[in-house]
Ligand binder design. Sequence first.
Ligand code: NIG
Ligand code: FE
Length: 388
Amino acid sequence: MTTRVLKHISELTTNDPSLGDESALGRLFDAAFVFDDDQVLWVGPSSDAPDADEEIDAGDCAVVPGFVDSHTHLVFAGERSDEFEARMAGVHYDGGGIARTVSASRAATLDDLRRGTQKRIAELFTGGVTTVEIKSGYELTTEGESRELEVAREFSDEVTWLGAHVVPPEFTNNREGYVELLKSSMLDACAPLAKWADVFCDRGAFSVDEAREVLTCARAKGLAPRLHANQLAHSGAIALAVELDCASVDHCTYLDDHDIDLLSASATVATLLPGAEFSTRSPYPSARRLLDAGVSVALATDCNPGSSYVTSMAFVIALAVREMAMSVDEALFASTKGGALALRRGDIGHLGIGARADFAILDAPRAAHLAYRPGGNVVATTRSSSRD
Ligand code: NIG
Ligand code: FE
């Protein structure tokens, strides 16, 4: 196994409070760290760095943990830029366009789906993402959801079955029939292919009771629950996420005090997706209220062709800082450690000793440039232990 030392890091964010300045972000200046093919072995001042098989000079640039994009819908065909244009002219997003992507994805070949996913993964990686969660949800048949999960598994271990995205057109007059299909043969085929189960629990999608039924069955078949909640309207979906001990409840665009109280007393992470509010011209979620109440917050791209065709975590960070009053450090933490918490992973999202050696070297002296220089790519090099 080759060891490498990365030296002359102007600002190293470890997210390990026991390191560096002992802040939550565990910052070190003029720092170095040693890693092997898998994990971080040593962290400290550049002047104290031990020898390793290879030495890399960070050139007085900042280094951050690789971003953990804990919410994407990368497996799809087609695009919906016409809907985006209509929204910018005043049309509201209601999820109705999901059916168009379902139709395009059903018509696509496996290779089309694979190529599109690969392209979006490459964009995420170039922008510093080293772990990505990928959902199915754009075919809504047993065979179609299975093949989307198979494609997702080629790129990630964090794969989520989202058969309960919306009721597909052929079941419009028989939604009970679709919920039955979800709970029986579709789940039987999909459970072995996924780690997580998700439901779009919102106006126009699935009710709280339907989501509870689907997630309870999924859990019995070995899938861990997560939930899309309160993107379009206020509902009891946050309470359901807490009741089921979901790892994460995602969107949280509409929140009341009771939701925040429930989240702050739970282990459920609130995953905020400001690319969706940006792209649907919707109000941004109350990140400040969540953070001030002590709720764990993650940021993710929600990359999908309808509500957020975004593959840049730096852009998400910039939105969180500019539009949601998060500090740069809060946004950076939410994009790394927050994402890891949303996937219940202790080995990623930080650069403490023993963490996976997943990181991004920036073309900038401080991590703040991620938000300060929106629109370009501040990430110079992405390194992921799973790609070596
Ligand atoms: O997370 N809200 C549900 N699903 C996606 C959007 C899907 C689409 O519009 O294609 C989301 O925003
Ligand atoms: Fe989503």
